[in-house]
Design a protein around this ligand. Sequence first.
Ligand code: TEU
Length: 589
Amino acid sequence: YAQPKWWKESVVYQIYPSSFQDSNGDGWGDVKGITSRVDYLKSLGIDVVWLSPIYKSPQADMGYDIADYKDIDPMYGTLQDVDELIAELKKRDMKLMMDLVVNHTSNQHPWFLESRSSKDNPKRNWYIWKPPKSVSNAGVPEPPNNWAQILGEANSAWTYDTTTGEYYLSLFTPEQPDLNWENPEVREAVWDVMRFWLDRGVAGFRMDVINMISKEQSYPDAAVTLDPLSHKYQPGSQFFVNGPRLHEYLREMNQKVLSHYETITVGEMPGISDPEEILRTVGSHAGELNMIFIFDVVDIDKPNVRMAMKPWDVKELKSIVSRWQRCMIDRDGWNSVFIENHDNPRSVSRYTDDAGAVRDKGAKLLALMLTTLGGTLFVYQGEEIGMRNAPMEWDVNAEYKDIETQNYWKKVQDLHGDDQKELDQAKKIIQMKARDHARTPMQWNSQENAGFSKPGVKPWMRVMDDYKEGINVEDQMNADDPKELSTWQFWQRAIQKRKKHADVFVYGDYEEVVHEDSDVFAYLRTSANGVERWLVVMNFSGNDVEWSLPENLKLESWDSSNYVKGQPDKPQKGKIPLRPWEGLLAKVK
Ligand code: TEU
């Protein structure tokens, strides 16, 4: 069993700073706003706060394009504001985690401005420059290879720069040129940035697409896997996801920086699901990072392109969860447990039913699952009150702000502008999949602007209307329904229970029960000494179902559920009736 560590038991809360709390009435969230909510986070049971990027940035990709790693964007505040936030967290025995975005910088970063200025600039080799592959008869330079841009799949991953007549690699958008990690000076510059923040009192980092920092140096063309008629450029991920020198770089980072501090580290690693490869990073003796984000759950409905849908079922969800739970126990690695972040739609809309009377049942069901799985738990802002995806009526042009959504919408209009069916289909995909759904302002109370901004201010992004219907913090914290807990109260209690029984829920053994059932997900969690044993039973369907409790399981008691406040009234053996999206927790003898 895994050795106990503070960062394993911590509950991490992700804040999307622009949408959390506006303290100065400009319609954007800010650091002072976050500081004003520290007590709130404490009361929910949060130990570590992770901020999506607040550094100086032109905001082409909402701060994931950084122009100065050692300063804060004025729209979020100042370095002093961050110091104050760290101090206020510390007073409450909490910690701050920053987003480290070092696969790429902004195209406005002084390093890049220098790099692009001439071929013999000392920083030229800090980025990835290549001559055109060829120049057409019409004089059009062709990119060095056929890789597609990640946040705009219709475009090349390379951007032409007329100053020197060369292309630079920009995997995400042209505003985000990739750093050249082959260059030791670049790595030293990154270590320096990390030390700057760790010395300021930051406890660690979430590392943005850290598995893309090493590229296959021959930059080969990607195989044609998408229809070439509609896709001039192809996904090149096999040549930069967990590339040849990744582990060398991460070990260097660990030796030169992380090992000198007491840190919490989580690597964002999309596109990788091979356990052997993942354990090279998160194995207890790997000497790289504490944990990574594995995307199998949040990508369950993703086919080979991003803005698209793929059908999935509950059995698949069960398999994915069980596979990673078991893998980390058997192989002494460490999981992160999450189902939402700023790049994904809202979980209650996605995995349960966000309509009408059952929506809070679904939100609580997911809370039950997340708080009883092994690993470090991550909660995304608004998840604790069951915030939902924006409705179909929202206008894509005016109300969706994300560069990925806008690139996709533009592509669809270019290709099918006169075909209403295609446009409707695209709108449906946007309503299901856009990153914007996670980015609407936090809903604090039932006043105008939901308490995110003062009444009268126009927030940078539209506030969801459902804050008036109980999806807000104040109503849910103060709810006193004699029969059931609000979503927020359920989360709070579930986090308390997780911490009280950390040897079971954080560190314990995991065993799936009745895998064949296509609606009900059930598992046992057992403490290392075998003394404590809990059963989780969850109906992942909108129907009334019956679930047969295996005969070898003797229950001590049904402990709690997402339907009633006290102990659920359920049979102790035989067939257990479950209502739509009902979740149960039981103590096992
Ligand atoms: O995201 C990387 C990324 O591509 C994710 O969208 C990932 O593929 C997806 O979540 C898997 O489901 C990171 C940031 O989180 C994102 O906001 C940035 O736009 C991107 O890097 C570039 O910095």
